[in-house]
Design a binder for this molecule. Structure first.
Ligand code: HXC
Length: 260
C-alpha cells in the first residue's frame, strides 16, 4: 500500500495491473480538490511506471463516488469556480494513456459519474446507480457530464438524466452502452482485474494506439479518425511486438510482448 496518499489506496502492480481505490468512505468518496489531485498524481506515476500496463479504478461497496464534494463547492464563489484547481486534475486524469477500467458499485453520481466516464471500460455491480443529479443543486455537470454522457448513452437518455437528475440502474446503463458488463457486487473488482490482466498481456504499444484511435474517433469527423487509425496501424508495423505477435501465431505458440 502506498502511504503517500490520504484519500486513495494504491496497490502495488501485479501482472501489469494496478488497482487504485478511492478511499473517503465517510463522505461516499465525494471528490474533494485533494482527492482529485491525489488521483491525478497516482495516474501520472502509473503512466511512467513500466510495471503498470492497466489501471483499475474502484470505490467502495456503497459508492464509487457520490459527486464533487458539495461542502467544498459551497465555499467557492464564481471566481473560485473560475480558478478551480480541480480543473487541472481533470485534465491530467483525461491524459492518462494506458487503459483505465472502472469497477463501479453503489452510487456513481455527478462528478463520480463523470470520473467513471474517463475510464475506457466500465463494469458495474448489479446495485450500481449512475446519475447526474447536479440539477437538484441548481447547477449542471461541469466535468464532461453533458458531453461524454451523450456519447455513452445517446442524446435522449443523457437529456433525461441531466435535466431530471434521476439516476439509472446498472441494467439501464448496460442497455444504453454506458457500461459493458454487470456483475454481482462482490465480484465487480475481481472481474475488472480479470479484464485488466487480459489486456495487460497484449502489446502495450498496440493497446496505447488502439485506445488513442478510438478516443480520437469520438472527437473528430470520420475521415480524420480513419486517417489517424491508418497512421497508427502503420506505425505498429515497425514494432518488434508486431513481429512477435505474427510469428507466435504462425508457430502456434503464445506471444510474449515486450513493448518494443
Ligand atoms: C459531500 C457528501 C456527498 C457529496 C454524500 N456526502 N455525498 N458530502 N459531497 N457529494 C456525505 C453526506 O453529507 C454524509 O456525510 C455522508 O456522505 C453519507 O451520505 P448520506 O447522504 O447520509 O447517505 P445516504 O442517505 O445513503 O444518501 C446517499 C446519496 C446522498 C443519495 C448519494 O448522499 C446524496 O444525494 N449525495 C449527493 C449527490 C450529489 O448531488 N452529487 C452531485 C454533486 S455536484 P455526513 O457527514 O453528513 O454524515 C457534482 C458537480 C460536479 O458532482 C462538477 C464537476 C466539476
Amino acid at each position: 500500500m502506498n502511504s503517500s496518499y490520504d484519500m486513495l489506496c494504491v496497490q502495488p502492480s501485479s501482472d501489469g495491473v494496478q488497482v487504485i481505490q478511492l478511499n473517503r468512505p465517510e463522505a461516499l468518496n465525494a471528490l474533494t480538490t485533494q482527492l482529485l489531485d491525489e488521483l491525478a498524481s497516482a495516474l501520472s506515476v502509473a503512466q511512467s511506471d513500466s510495471d503498470v500496463n492497466v489501471v483499475v479504478l474502484t470505490g467502495s461497496k456503497k459508492a464509487f463516488a457520490a459527486g464533487a464534494d458539495i461542502k467544498e463547492m459551497a465555499e467557492r464563489d464564481l471566481v473560485g469556480i473560475l480558478n478551480d484547481p480541480r480543473q487541472q486534475s481533470w485534465q491530467r486524469i483525461s491524459q492518462f494513456s494506458k487503459p483505465l477500467i472502472a469497477a463501479v458499485n453503489g452510487y456513481c453520481l455527478g462528478g463520480g459519474c463523470e470520473l467513471a466516464m474517463h475510464a475506457d471500460v466500465l463494469i458495474a455491480g448489479r446495485d450500481a446507480k449512475f446519475g447526474q443529479p447536479e440539477i437538484n443543486l441548481g447547477i449542471m455537470p461541469g466535468a464532461g457530464g453533458t458531453q461524454r454522457l451523450v456519447h455513452a448513452v445517446g442524446k435522449s437518455l443523457a437529456m433525461q438524466m441531466v435535466l431530471s437528475g434521476q439516476p439509472i440502474s446498472a441494467e439501464q446503463a448496460q442497455q444504453a452502452g454506458l457500461i459493458s458488463e454487470i456483475t454481482q457486487p462482490e465480484l465487480t473488482l475481481h472481474r475488472a482485474i480479470e479484464i485488466a490482466t487480459d489486456i495487460a498481456k497484449k502489446s502495450p504499444l498496440a493497446v496505447r494506439l488502439a485506445k488513442e484511435s478510438i478516443l480520437k474517433g469520438m472527437d473528430t469527423d470520420l475521415a480524420t479518425g480513419l486517417r489517424f487509425e491508418r497512421h497508427a496501424f502503420t506505425v505498429l508495423a515497425g514494432t518488434q511486438d508486431r513481429n512477435e505477435g505474427i510469428a507466435a501465431f504462425l508457430e502456434k505458440r503464445k506471444a510474449h510482448f515486450t513493448g518494443r
